[in-house]
Ligand binder design. Structure first.
Ligand code: FE2
Length: 578
């Protein structure tokens, strides 16, 4: 039974191939088109999934789409009528794509991929819920989905049991925790639907001095449901996220994107982050009371807020947490495919998503061919030599581009498309931020730690394979300053030998050399660029940045000899910053 899941046309288009309930392949379109958060029909991702599954489109039993476009269109139409005439301009701009693509999705899918079977569509938040619960290790669980907006829902409470999911409560547009966070992302000068994580990264530098003001925007009830005061927002008419009344409340106009970040911005970030955590926790507590379950499955874009997730784990009523690694809309592709297989077709669950390495891989033969054709000098190493040499280079303060195996699904690099450096060196934060990733120096890096050594360094008892939990670094173990945030926290990735033996062995080798089983693990890309997918993407990024060494498969390249450029890109200007 082959099922293709598709998410598209909002942001983060993606595809997933599910075979007998197991993920054969899943990938985001942005990685192939090199356009960050690419929302277009994910034809490259679909082709890649079919290729990895060694099937053609006519071998598919079902195709699923991650939301119901007619209901969404109705919401847009109602909103337009309610906000007429201010909403006219954005509405007219949106209409052609609705008529040409979004309202004819089944026939569009059939045409684009050459498929003649059934196309099933389920609600957006059901896709989120399914992407988490049906792939989780739990037979029974509470489910919480929170995002910007789907059709009408912006958050749902639910429960999963066996292969059934029941969403029993929803919060509806325009009242949205995701859109509240996005409004502040906009106000602080970052790109909406893309750079929300920067607000989270900025928050620990500030004090929550604007809590009263943020609380004036959102009224939270004891059950975690909430109501936004729409007089402060402009997103209903679609022109900007916030308005003049919002500016008055927070003491000035929105920050322009490249303007300096001052203390006020940091304090505002700290305040909205605090309120988001409080609301998420309140929702989780209510859901715990309603379901009585010890387990919680999270999904939706707000579930990428790993500080809030860490708080739910520490202070919430649940013993265990499962967060879909592609918690944003990309993950909807997995959700709809799993829902068709398990819930609609009533197949038993047996698959658990223990890792996110579901994208394309490149063999040593393919990598060698790429290097030879482009006359790029390299050395080939055995597995042991490679691990020894790379661990030594990291300890000698070299920054490594690490390209191995299958590409990750979801926004985090987890050891297959990663940039690695020594977490013990405090200078590495600025060095990697400014010379390699060309990004803001305030942004911290995440530690990859051997799973069984995690508790020696962090206040974290659960595993965190998808880098979606923030925990405190133990005060006496702050020997890893470049991954310790200003408030003593870290966004932890636990590395398991079972799911990524090569990366695990590399961190273990570094531990043998230094006594520290922790590396900086940041995504292999520059600011504004999607994470690299192919050897060619990785090589271009390597030569154009301050990275010292590139390892692809069994091959190691350094900059001791001049390297050919293929073709030249002005890397600092090639990608729009977010
Ligand atoms: Fe969503």
């Amino acid at each position: 039974m082959n099922i293709l899941g598709i998410s598209a046309f909002y942001h983060d288009a993606a595809a997933c191939l599910l075979r007998d309930g197991e993920i054969v392949a899943a990938a985001s379109e942005e990685r192939f088109t090199r356009k960050k958060h690419d929302p277009d029909f994910p034809i490259h991702a679909i082709r890649s999934c079919l290729e990895q599954g060694r099937i053609r489109a006519d071998d598919l039993d079902y195709v699923g789409f991650y939301e119901k476009p007619f209901i969404k269109f109705k919401r847009i139409l109602f909103t337009h009528l309610a906000c007429f005439p201010w909403s006219l301009k954005p509405f007219l701009k949106a209409i052609p794509s609705w008529l040409q693509e979004k309202l004819i999705i089944p026939s569009l899918i059939r045409d684009k991929i050459g498929y003649e079977g059934e196309v099933l569509m389920i609600e957006h938040h059901l896709s989120h819920a399914a992407s988490s619960y049906l792939l989780s290790p739990f037979r029974e669980s509470a489910i919480l989905t929170v995002d910007g907006v789907g059709e009408w829902s912006t958050a749902t409470y639910g429960r999963g049991e066996g292969n059934a999911i029941r969403l029993f409560r929803e919060i509806r547009f325009p009242h949205s925790l995701g859109l509240l966070y996005s409004a502040f992302t906009y106000y602080l000068g970052f790109t909406v639907n893309s750079a929300e994580y920067k607000v989270m990264g900025l928050a620990p530098y500030g004090e929550p001095r604007y809590l009263d003001q943020v609380r004036r925007l959102i009224e939270v009830r004891p059950d975690g449901s909430f109501h936004l005061d729409m007089r402060y927002f402009n997103y209903l008419a679609g022109l900007t996220m916030t308005n003049g009344k919002f500016d008055d409340l927070f003491g000035g106009p929105p920050r322009s994107p490249e303007a300096p970040l001052d203390q006020r911005h940091k304090d505002i970030a700290a305040s909205v982050q605090r309120v988001t955590e409080e609301v998420m926790l309140q929702m989780a507590r209510h859901l715990g009371r309603e379901t009585g379950s010890p387990n919680l499955c999270l999904a939706g874009g707000v579930a990428l807020n790993c500080v809030a997730n860490g708080k739910i784990l520490r202070e919430g009523p649940f013993e265990h947490l499962f967060i879909q690694p592609a918690a944003g809309d990309a993950g909807g592709a997995i959700g709809v495919a799993s829902y068709i297989h398990h819930t609609l077709l009533k197949n038993e669950r047996s698959f658990v998503m223990r890792h996110a390495f579901t994208g394309p891989a490149y063999s040593d033969e393919e990598i060698r061919a790429f290097l030879d054709v482009n006359e790029i000098p390299y050395v080939a190493l055995s597995r042991e030599e490679l691990l020894r040499r790379v661990a030594r280079l990291v300890a000698d303060q070299q920054v490594i581009g690490w390209f191995q195996g299958r590409m990750e699904f979801g926004p985090r690099a987890l050891g297959n498309r990663s940039i690695l450096a020594d977490a013990r060196n405090p200078e590495n934060r600025d060095r990697v931020n400014l010379k390699i990733k060309f990004r803001e120096s305030f942004r911290p890096f995440a530690p990859a730690v051997l799973r069984e050594r995690c508790e020696e360094f962090f206040e974290l008892k659960e595993e965190s394979p998808f880098m979606l939990l923030v925990a405190q670094v133990l005060p006496d173990r702050r020997v890893i300053p470049s991954v310790t945030h200003v408030d003593g926290s870290a966004r932890v990735q636990t590395v398991d030998r079972e799911t990524n033996p090569l990366f695990y062995d590399l961190v273990a080798e570094f531990d043998r050399l230094t006594g520290v089983p922790v590396l900086i693990n940041t995504s292999f890309n520059v600011r504004g660029e999607p994470i690299v997918c192919s050897p060619s993407d990785a090589y271009r990024c390597f030569v154009q940045t301050g990275m010292d060494v590139l390892v692809m498969g069994s091959f190691l390249l350094d900059k001791s000899n001049p390297l050919p450029r293929i073709p030249s890109i002005d890397w600092e200007r090639a990608f729009e910053p977010d």
